[in-house]
Design a protein around this ligand. Structure first.
Ligand SMILES: [Zn+2]
Length: 311
């Protein structure tokens, strides 16, 4: 049963206290009653407010322990508003926008919260794409050549997959890749596309051999400039790439470092794949639910450079 607020007014009314927020988080984390994260025992004593003692292993558990909200110093009511804000805006929000709307004292808090929430935008164990899927790569971000200052930041290479659903685009997946090698591109395709699907690419040599790893490979050969051909023959990935770039320049004003890019790609994908959802409340519910399923991240983990998963 999916139970969520439909409007901001409903949210404000329903989640006006810490207790109401905690009860809601409890039902998301343990829909059929308490489960000890240490030993899976289902019985606990309620010691005090948000403090449960497992009757078996004696572990003390709070509903937010081990989730995105782990040891948060700010009220859950503020977190709920932050999540509403993030999911109710079609294009999302920047850290400065979030700081203003919530009246947060620090920009760093707003920035950190957005990063924590981005990590919850990928559903653990999500499905792979299937059917007919277009795949291409594109360069994102970076500084223009010859500019002063942070000129060392290079453009990042992003692999994109987009399902064909008739003339429309179905779901998408994206990942930063180190280079357009066979290893990286095949790795990406294996991660995000169900075997047996038809994978549509251009004639770039690194895509060769997809038939051997379980896909039907449909190739559009290069004509003229390689990436111009993609506009016509693979309109879905091409359109997704331009929307991504516009979003990075618009909402985030191009201020995305390459080592954070993966999480922005996750946010873009979360929004894109739910773009036709009529209920914003449902996105709020989904994000909160996923935030209860993933582990905590600290500010220091967020600012530490990330390593690419695909070699
Ligand atoms: Zn236990």
């Amino acid at each position: 049963m999916e139970d969520y607020p439909r409007t901001l007014a409903e949210l404000e009314q329903r989640f006006s206290t810490e207790e109401a927020c905690r009860e809601y988080l409890f039902s998301l984390r343990w829909p059929s009653g308490f489960v000890c994260p240490g030993c899976n025992n289902r019985e606990a004593w309620e010691m005090s407010v948000d403090r449960w003692l497992c009757t078996h292993c004696r572990r003390q558990v709070s509903v937010t322990a081990g989730t995105v909200f782990h040891r948060t110093r700010l009220p859950l009511t503020t977190w709920f508003r932050a999540i509403w804000h993030v999911t109710s805006q079609k294009n999302g929000v920047s850290a400065i926008g979030m700081q203003r709307v919530l009246g947060l004292g620090s920009y760093r808090t707003a920035w950190t919260w957005l990063h924590k929430l981005r990590r919850a935008m990928v559903r653990p164990g999500r499905d792979r794409l299937y059917g007919e899927v277009e795949v291409d790569e594109t360069f994102v971000g970076g500084e223009e050549p010859g500019r002063e200052g942070r000129g060392a930041e290079k453009k990042a290479l992003v692999a994109i997959a987009a399902e064909k659903r008739g003339r429309a685009t179905g779901r998408i997946r994206m990942a930063r890749i180190p280079s357009a090698t066979k290893r990286a591109l095949h790795g990406f395709i294996r991660d995000v596309i169900e075997p047996g699907s038809v994978v549509h690419t251009d004639g770039w040599a690194s895509y060769g051999g997809l038939d051997a790893i379980g896909y039907s490979h449909y190739v559009t050969p290069f004509k003229g400039k390689p990436k111009d051909a993609a506009v016509v023959t693979m309109p879905r990935v091409h359109r997704t790439a331009s929307l991504l770039k516009r979003w990075m320049m618009g909402t985030h004003q191009g201020a995305v470092r390459n080592d954070h890019l993966d999480y922005y790609l996750d946010e873009f994908t979360f929004r894109f794949n739910r773009r036709t959802s009529r209920s914003r409340g449902k996105l709020f519910y989904r994000l909160l639910q996923q935030a209860m399923q993933i582990g905590p991240t600290t500010y220091h983990q967020i600012i530490k450079p990330q390593h690419l998963g695909l070699g």
